[in-house]
Design a protein around this ligand. Sequence first.
Ligand code: GLA
Length: 384
Amino acid sequence: MEMKTKIREKFKSLYKTEGEVFASAGRINLIGEHTDYNGGYVFPGAIDCGIMVEIKPNGTDKVKAFSLDYDEYVEFGLTEEDKPQQHWPRYIFGVCREIIKRGGKVEGFDCAFAGDVPLGAGLSSSAALESAFAFALNELFNGGTIDKFELAKIGQSTEHNYCGVKCGIMDQFASIFGKKGCLIRLNCKTLEHKYFPFDPQGYKVVLIDSCVKHELASSAYNKRRESCENAVAAIRKNHPDVEFLSDAKRVWLEEVREEIPEEDFLRAEYVIGEVQRVLDVCDALERGDYETVGEMMYQTHFGMSKLYEVSCPELDFLNKLARKCDVTGSRVMGGGFGGCTINLVKEELYDKFIEAVKEKFPAEFGHDVKIYDVVISDGARKVE
Ligand code: GLA
C-alpha cells in the first residue's frame, strides 16, 4: 500500500478526523563532506525518499504522535520539562521547542508519520523528519511566516540541543531547499546557494549501502568537529581573520603542525583539501568533465578514510572494488562510520559493477548490500 494511504488510515483510526499531509526528503551529497561545520561548500540534493506526516492541531497543549515505522504512540507537552525519553519523539519535540524559542507558535497537535529513507544509511532520515515537521508546523501555526533558512536552522538546532549531534547545516538545508533534478552548491558560511541541474549524460549515480551502522557515530562525529576547532584556534594565533578551517591555507596549517596533536592536524588537512575539491568539482561540472568529478570523489574517499578516519573496512572495500570495476567516481557519503558509498558509473559499466558488488561483498563480510538508484527530487512541501 502507498505510504500516504497507510498514514491516512492510521491517522483516521487514531484521531477520528483528517489532517493535512506534508513531506520532506532525505539527501545525497556529491562532494563536500564535513565541510559544512567548517564554513566550506557542500553539494547536496534532496532525493525521492523521505518522511511523510499527517498532522492537525488538536486544541490542547499536548502533542500526540504515532510512528508507523516503530509502531509506537507517544504523548508529550511543549515545555522544556516535557522532553520525551524515547529517541524518535525527541526530534519532533526539539523542532517544536526550537520554533517556540524563536518566538514562533506551536500548540498541541495530532500526527502520524512514516518514512522510506533507509535508517542509518547516511541519507539523513533525521533531517527529513525535522524538516517535515518544521515545514508543517510553520504552515499550521505560523501562517508560513518563518523563512526557509530559519526552518533549516530549526532542524539543525534540534540535533544540537535535543539529539546530541553537533552537525552542520547541509542535511536540513538540502531537505528544505531541495529541487527536482538539481544539486545545490551551498556556501555554509553565508548560506548563499546555487542550483545546478544535474543529469550526467551517459552516467548513473548509484548508492551502495554497506548496511553497517556505527553505534558511537554521534560522539565520534562531535570529536571530529572538536579537532577542527582546535586546529582553527592554533592557526588563528598567526592569522586572526581565520574563523573557520575553510578560511585557512594549507601552509598556515603547516605552521602549527608541531603545536597541535597529530590527529587534529590530519583532520584539518583533510578539510582544507575537501573545501578545494568542491570548487574543483563545480568547475569540472560546468565543463561536463565527469572524469575529474570522479577523480575528486576518489580523493575524498582517501581523505575520509586515512586522514579524517570516518570510513570502515566495508566502505573501503566497496571503494576499492569500484576502482577495479572502472567506476568513474566512488566515495563514502555523509558523516561516515558506515552507511553508503556514492558512485558515478558509466551506464555501460553499471550492470557489471552491481553484479561484482553483489557477489564479492557478501563473500567478504557475510551479509548483503543494498542498492539505491538516485533520483533528485523536491524537498519539504505540502502534499495534495
Ligand atoms: C552529517 C551531518 C552533516 C555533515 C555530514 C558530513 O550528515 O549531519 O551536517 O557534516 O555528516 O558531511
